[in-house]
Design a protein around this ligand. Structure first.
Ligand code: SF4
Ligand code: SF4
Ligand code: SF4
Length: 252
């Protein structure tokens, strides 16, 4: 069974303890100024956004079928059976394809380091391997960030939506987006307000990419047949013109 995180923005009080716990777990700096930063970065794997005192977390969605992993030419990203999408820094060649491919703009690069690496939330994979919840879920004082089996969290999210009597936007973000993600979100405010894309495919993007690529030979063949047809028509016009004693039509 794959693990997941359910973040329910209606329970969030914006205390940012999840941000701090994440930083501590990963040996990252955290102070008042970093707490004020309203974006994910190479030193801030998760951020609690505040829009008119409505809160929303952003972090790596740890996709079920991650695009970052599918585009990485050296296999530095990998989806694990436990749920986290992990990064093996020793394999990374710094091409940053993962950053371009991620539909949630998550991976960040250590631009100011001599030997930069890509950084993102790894769902506290080491803690999960030891049977512990993610640091952000463990510290959350209100239960807004909850850790568990992804299937159980989906059932709980559906239950909350059903009993919420219009309290929520009727959408479990991450249930279907890009084939599903390990992080699931509930909110009373449209997800777009916090920069989440709501027009993403429900199919895994690596699968779509594969499908497009698998059609390229067909397109080449169709193109070749089309060009051959144009070539035949041009020559046929010339032959007919010659037979009728007329000047050949311009090929343009
Ligand atoms: S959100 Fe982006 S970085 Fe995270 S697993 Fe999905 S594709 Fe990869
Ligand atoms: S799951 Fe772990 S790495 Fe990801 S945001 Fe939470 S504390 Fe940070
Ligand atoms: S620790 Fe929990 S309540 Fe506090 S900001 Fe994070 S998700 Fe919200």
């Amino acid at each position: 069974m794959s693990k997941g995180i359910l973040y329910d923005a209606t329970l969030c009080i914006g205390c940012k303890m999840c941000e701090q716990a994440c930083a501590e777990k990963h040996g990252l700096p955290y102070d008042e100024n970093i707490a004020k930063e309203q974006k994910q970065s190479e030193h801030k794997y998760t951020v609690v956004l505040n829009r008119d005192d409505k809160f929303m977390r952003r972090l790596c969605m740890n996709c079920q079928d991650p695009t970052c992993a599918s585009v990485c030419p050296v296999g530095a990203f990998r989806k694990t059976t436990l749920g986290p999408v992990v990064y093996e820094s020793s394999r990374c060649i710094g091409c940053r394809y993962c950053m371009m491919a991620c539909p949630f703009s998550v991976p960040k690069y250590e631009w100011d380091k001599t030997w930069p690496l890509v950084r993102k939330c790894d769902m506290c994979t080491e803690r999960l391997q030891s049977g512990l919840p993610t640091a952000c879920a463990e510290i959350c004082p209100t239960g807004a960030t909850k850790f568990g089996e992804r299937d159980d969290l989906i059932a709980e999210a559906k239950d909350r939506l059903a009993k919420g009597q219009g309290q929520y936007v009727n959408h479990i973000y991450g249930l279907e987006e890009v084939g599903g993600t390990s992080v699931l979100l509930l909110s009373s405010v449209p997800f777009e307000n916090f920069g989440y894309k709501c027009d993403l495919s429900t199919e895994a993007l690596p699968f779509l990419t594969y499908r497009v690529l698998s059609h390229i030979p067909d397109l080449v063949a169709i193109g070749a047949v089309g060009l051959g047809g144009i070539w035949w028509l041009c020559n046929r016009k010339e032959e007919v013109a010659a037979a009728e004693g007329r000047p050949a039509p311009s090929k343009a």
